[in-house]
Structures are given as C-alpha cells and as structure tokens.
Design a protein around this ligand. Structure first.
Ligand code: BES
Ligand code: MN
Ligand code: MN
Length: 456
C-alpha cells in the first residue's frame, strides 16, 4: 500500500486541475443571477466527495443555497471528525481591477489566481483530497463527515436550521475548518479565535423628492450631509467607538495574554509597505495585532446616495444610505450590540430628517482553547509537516456558524487555515499559493491521525 506522501506526489497535478475546475464555476451566493452556478458547484462538490471515497454524499436543499454532505464511516467505535467549509464565493467586482478574469483561474509564479482560490474553495478542497489520500491508501485513522455549505459569504442563514434538524447525522467529536489564515509558511500559526459580527443598514430620508441644491440648499437638511455626520461621530479622536455600552461586555485580556499575542512575528513597516499606507490607524492604546485580533471594530462597508455619474449635478438628494458592520469579541452579543447602535443613532438623529436603522445578520465570536486535544493534534500535525511548532494567533475575520457548532452540536472547532493575509480574499486578484494548497493536503491527514490517537 502506498504512503500518504507517495499517493499525493503521484496525483498532485490532478489535484490542482480539479481545483481549477471548481474555480471556474462562479458560485457567488450573494447574487441571484448566479443561482444556477451555485447549484452546479454543489453538484460538482458532491461528485468530488464520492470520487474521493465517501460512502455516501448528498445535496441537501435549504431555503437558500444547498449544503453538500458526505461521510466515510470506517468504524462507529472510532472518533469522528466533522469537516466544514464553503463552496460559495464573494462577488468578484470591481472586475476592472483583476489582472485576469476571476472565474478563469491562472497560475502565475506558483499562485492560483481566481475568486475563491483561497476563500474557501482552495482550502475546503484540501480536505476532499486529504480524504481521498486516506481512503485510497486504506489508512483512515477515524471517521470523517464533511459538510460544505453554499451560504457562508451571506451569513450562513440556513445552516443553523440544518444543524438543528440533523443533530444525529452530524454527531462527531470535533469540527475541523480550513477557512482562516496563518502568518506565513516560515511561521505557521493556528487561529485560536474568531471575531463575531453584526450588521446594520441606515436609511436617512429628507424631503419627499430630490431637490435643486440652489433653490433649496441651505434651507432643507441634506440626508447625505446628515448621514456623514452621524457615522463620523461613531468614533472619537482616539479611535474608540462612541456608542454607549458598546464595550460593556468586552472581556479585557490579561497582561499575560496581551504579551503572548504580541509575540507573534509582525513587522509594522512591512505591513504599511504591503498595503501602501502612510500609517496605520486604530484604537489608541492597542497594537495592530490587538486591533485586528481581540478588539471590536465598527466599519462602514458602503455609503451612497445622490448623484454618482460623470460630471456634477447640483442635487440635494431625498435619501442617503449606509451599510455598517461591527466586529465583535468575546462576550459581545450581536443582537445586543445592534440594539445599542439602533438606540444610539435614534438618540442622536437630527429632527430635520428621518433616520431608520435596520439590523441585519450576525454571528457570535468564538475562542478555541489552545489546550484542547483537538488543538494539540492540529499543532502536532503542523509540527510534523512544517517542522515547526505553530504560533497561536487570534483571527480578525468571522465564520458565524462556528459558534453554533458549539451551541447546537456541543462541538469545539479547530481552525486549521492555510491562507495568508495577503491572499486578497474578498478583493480583486484573490490568490492561493500552490505550495499552501499542497502543504494543507499533506498536513490534514496527520490531524486525523493525532486526533484519533488522542481520544482513543
Ligand atoms: N473565511 C472568511 C473568514 C476569515 C478570513 C476568517 C480570514 C479568518 C481569516 C469567511 O469566508 C468570511 O469572509 N466571513 C465573513 C463573514 C460573513 C458573515 C460575511 C467575514 O468575516 O466578513
Ligand atoms: Mn471563508
Ligand atoms: Mn469570505
């Protein structure tokens, strides 16, 4: 029987080709125009699961995009790992900033360029190939269940119900996810937490129609001016968020925890250079790693209204809009935080316009302890294939369903991510390094092996 390494070397070109095939399917969950492509991508993932050696694989319809589920049970008495990932991707726009079309993957300098290359097709596909390696070499150390959803990028709206309805089917010992990043190939790391998220939309309404800004300007409140003032007031001059009560639930890190967090290699000058920014910005009193890892934030994701076309138009718009998301840290609750911002904006809204604040989707923050058997198995797997102990970090992104794995299924999650912060996820020219893809495939079977050994 072949070893894992032998099987991988013999099949690595095909592994990459198959990933490129998945990347050609524009499975954009946010845009209903791609509904058929999302469904096609689900079908392709199901076929891959069967080909990899799953006993069963199925497409589970939801009220939105389908979930793909497969499993390979070798012995019910052995531990079971539930793998989670997503096959949906973010919209590719702005298209003109891509150097090659987002759904026509190319490999340049050892990097795969395509929407979804890293987030999360490239990363979830490593698990399918790792499963294939273990299955085809007859060396599965444990049972594997695998659930790949199609709505992560729009807040996993229907996955919560799927967990509720399928508790028995999804029974496992731990959840394994590759949808996060590590510091670098030289400094492998494991994220030991994710921030939560809560979204709101603001709609400011002024006069009943767009007005001539000469005839009415100066006498009637401009909704865009008012909206800008409102959102600008949400941070003070020290970068703190001004919403009363916003920080009340935040658990401050101990000095020891802060010290450890800042031990991770980080070069501020490199960081600025890479982003082409003159300086960093953020909450006073915290380092960049703390600002992105363990502090809550508030950001405008979009603001619009009035005239956006060529040239100028002297208009006083009737309406103005903004979309805001806030990143949350333990133990902030999305619903409580969105209630706070709704209340605050209503309190400070000027009487001359109508301000509507509409709460949106959200997800709880999570912390994954670094002393659990699953984390230790992941660390040992990294040590085996990278030759180095991984550094525990705190990730700034969010995967809303992870908190529900714990709440609904009672399962801890390990975030074994192989992306890099500069992979341009959600941005033009998203990429995933081929070496990261292969290294991930190589590492994952060891996680299964060490985890199975630790719970036996
Ligand atoms: N894979 C990301 C989350 C992520 C990225 C975690 C990098 C850690 C490091 C995921 O697909 C994502 O983009 N999540 C969204 C949340 C969702 C509700 C839109 C996010 O973080 O904005
Ligand atoms: Mn993702
Ligand atoms: Mn994403």
């Amino acid at each position: 029987m072949q070893t894992w390494n032998e099987y991988q070397s013999e099949n690595k070109d095909r592994f990459l080709d198959e990933l490129l095939g998945l990347l050609r399917i524009p499975s954009v969950s946010a845009d209903s125009k791609y509904k058929g492509d999302v469904a096609n991508c689900a079908a392709a993932v199901k076929e891959h699961l069967l080909k990899a050696g799953c006993d069963t694989a199925e497409i589970c319809p939801t009220a939105g995009h389908p979930i793909v589920y497969g499993e390979k049970i070798i012995d019910p008495k052995l531990p079971t790992v539930l793998v989670y990932g997503h096959y949906d991707v973010q919209p590719a726009d702005p298209l003109n900033l891509w150097t090659s079309p987002p759904f026509e993957p190319v490999i340049v300098d050892g990097k795969i360029f395509a929407r979804g290359a890293c987030d999360d097709k490239g990363q979830m596909f490593m698990h399918i190939k790792a499963l294939e390696i273990m299955a085809k070499t007859n060396s599965m150390p444990c049972n594997v269940k695998i659930m790949i959803e199609g709505e992560e990028e729009i807040g996993s709206k229907n996955l919560g119900k799927f967990l509720e309805d399928n508790k028995e089917k999804l029974k496992a010992n731990v959840v394994l996810v590759s949808d996060t990043s590590m510091i670098s190939m030289e400094h492998p790391s494991i994220e030991s937490g994710l921030r939560g998220l809560t979204a709101v939309e603001i709609e400011v309404t002024g006069p009943n129609r767009d007005l001539h800004s000469g005839v009415y300007g100066g006498a009637v409140a401009n909704p865009l001016n008012m909206l800008c003032k409102l959102v600008a007031s949400l941070h003070d001059e020290n970068g703190h968020i001004t919403i009363p009560g916003f920080y009340d639930a935040v658990i401050d890190l101990t000095d020891e925890e802060r010290k450890n967090l800042n031990l991770a290699p980080f070069d501020l000058e490199e960081y600025k250079k890479e982003l082409n920014i003159k300086d960093v910005w953020g909450e006073k009193g915290y380092t960049t790693l703390e600002r992105t890892g363990v502090r809550p934030t508030l950001d405008l994701n979009g603001i619009w209204g009035g005239y956006q076309g060529e040239g100028s138009k002297t208009v006083l718009p009737s309406k103005a809009f903004a979309k805001i998301t806030m990143r949350l840290v333990p133990n902030q609750k999305p619903a409580e935080i969105s209630a706070l911002i709704v209340k605050h904006l209503n309190n400070i809204a000027p009487g001359c316009v109508d301000v509507k604040v509409i709460p949106g989707h959200g997800g709880d923050p999570v912390v994954t302890p670094t002393d659990s058997p699953a984390y230790l198995a992941a660390a040992k797997a990294i040590k085996t294939t990278f030759g180095k102990e991984p550094i525990p970090t705190r990730g700034g992104g969010s995967i809303p369903i992870v908190a529900l794995f714990e709440k609904t299924l009672g399962l801890k999650t390990v975030l074994l991510g192989f992306g890099l912060d500069n992979d341009n996820i959600h941005s033009p020219n998203e990429k995933y390094d081929v070496v990261n893809f292969y290294k991930g495939i190589e590492t994952i079977p060891y996680f299964h092996k060490y985890f199975a050994e630790s719970v036996k």
